[in-house]
Design a protein around this ligand. Structure first.
Ligand code: CTP
Length: 398
């Protein structure tokens, strides 16, 4: 969920600031990039060195550093953030945020940020209950900020009441849940096939093809980013998949068929991007075949069409997507495949397009759906193509 996300942590001058070291660790451990912006007073409660070490980034707290002359650009920092969390947020900072004041770097960054902003207040109970504070918090909520409410407990003053900053683990979970809910494939299961298949001739030789698997792996990574749980049934490739992908390695068309049939029932979306061999060897030789002077023949028999077999079995609630790689009569051939294999849509790439197909980092596709809508796309990176394909999937899931 947090992998590659930019988290900006704003720390203000309250005793709970010491707990933010743990918050930085939680975000870092989950794969996020973290930067910290501190108000001058907060440095009395937690050292910038601790936070810089844990976040693996310099800490920002002044517009211009007297010693180094370095300038912290609040606009850049605000735009860098995917999520801005201000924890702890004191009554003073909340008051200034609610009223547009920006007499320190943290406040200027807040006004520059375009991302979702979370605020975890922390103060003494009477300050928290004060009408002015409540009004300020309401104003911040109306402006779209998300308040992570303070908790009841023992406070730094020795009094007991509402005002303790929410625990770092809960702040982390709060943001985690927010990200999860915002993803369009949360709760969906996606099954993808990728790569070539190898059909063994004898112990040392096989028939394969030039598929690199890049398109299928890009689709798997994209589905993970959109919140889906992903099973990737992959033929032999050199690509390393993210840990969050449940990867099943196969070699032959028959193995791919068996694995897909084991898992397809649970999938909401099935995308078959593998370049499956259409023929396999009738009789695999147990021993290495010796050469002879004369020519040789290998008997090939048809493999099972995995996509077509799932097309026969799929339920109404499952989306089935296939690929077609064509050299001639592209659209007519792709449409015929769409109908024959009972697909919701087919992704056509023509070998006539430069930069599209096997081995390239780019692809140029046309999507044809079962209602005969045809969308043609520009030549794009395979990662962007994956985005286009999932946009189509998301529109059909709605
Ligand atoms: N496919 C499959 N199992 C096979 C062959 C193909 O699942 N044994 C899937 C591919 O993953 C792809 C689609 O079918 O999504 C199109 O494959 P392609 O080889 O282009 O089409 P074929 O139906 O085999 O037709 P032809 O080779 O005649 O073009």
């Amino acid at each position: 969920m947090f992998s590659g996300k930019n988290i900006l942590l704003g720390i203000t001058g309250g005793i709970a600031a010491y707990k933010t070291a743990n918050l930085v660790r939680l975000f870092k451990k989950s794969g996020a990039n973290v930067q910290v912006v501190m108000t001058p007073d907060s440095k009395e409660f937690v050292t910038p060195l601790t936070l810089a070490t844990l976040s693996e980034n310099p800490v920002h707290s002044v517009f211009a550093d007297d010693e180094t002359g370095e300038w912290s650009n609040h606009v850049e920092l605000g735009l860098w953030a995917d999520i801005f969390i201000i924890a702890p947020a004191t009554a003073n900072t909340i008051g200034k945020m609610a009223n547009g004041l920006c007499d320190n770097l943290l406040l200027a960054t807040y006004l520059s940020a375009k991302c979702p902003v979370f605020i975890a207040p922390a103060m003494d109970l009477d300050m928290y209950k004060h009408g002015t504070t409540l009004e300020n918090i309401q104003k911040l909520t109306l402006n779209g900020n998300k308040i992570i409410d303070a908790q009841v407990g023992e406070l730094a003053s020795g009094l007991v009441g509402k005002g303790r900053m929410e625990e770092p683990e809960n702040i982390f979970n709060h943001i985690h849940n927010y990200l999860k809910e915002g993803l369009s494939l949360t709760g969906k299961k996606v099954l993808i096939t990728a790569g070539p298949t190898y059909e063994q001739i004898d112990p040392v030789r096989f028939i394969g093809n030039n598929s690199s698997g890049k398109m299928g792996y890009e689709l798997a990574e994209k589905a993970i980013k959109l919140g889906a749980s992903v099973t990737l049934v992959s033929g032999p490739t050199n690509i390393i998949a993210s840990k969050s992908i449940d990867k099943i390695d196969v070699r032959s068309a028959q193995e791919m068929y068996d694995e897909v049939h084991q898992v397809y029932k649970n999938a909401d979306v099935i995308i078959m991007a593998a370049a499956v061999a259409d023929y396999t060897i009738e009789e695999v030789s147990e021993n290495k075949i010796k050469k002879s002077d004369s020519s040789m023949q290998i008997n090939l028999i048809a493999t099972k069409d995995i996509l077509a077999s799932i097309g026969e079995l799929k339920t109404e609630n499952q989306l089935l997507i296939g690929f077609a790689l064509e050299t001639n009569d592209e659209e007519a051939n792709a449409k015929a495949k769409l109908v024959r294999k009972n697909l919701d849509f087919i992704v056509l790439n023509s070998l006539n397009n430069k930069g599209a197909g096997f081995g390239y980092d780019t692809n140029q596709i046309t999507i044809i759906d079962k209602s005969n809508n045809i969308d043609k796309y520009e030549l794009k990176s395979k990662s962007e193509v994956a985005t286009d394909i999932f946009n189509k999937i998301i529109s059909l899931l709605k």
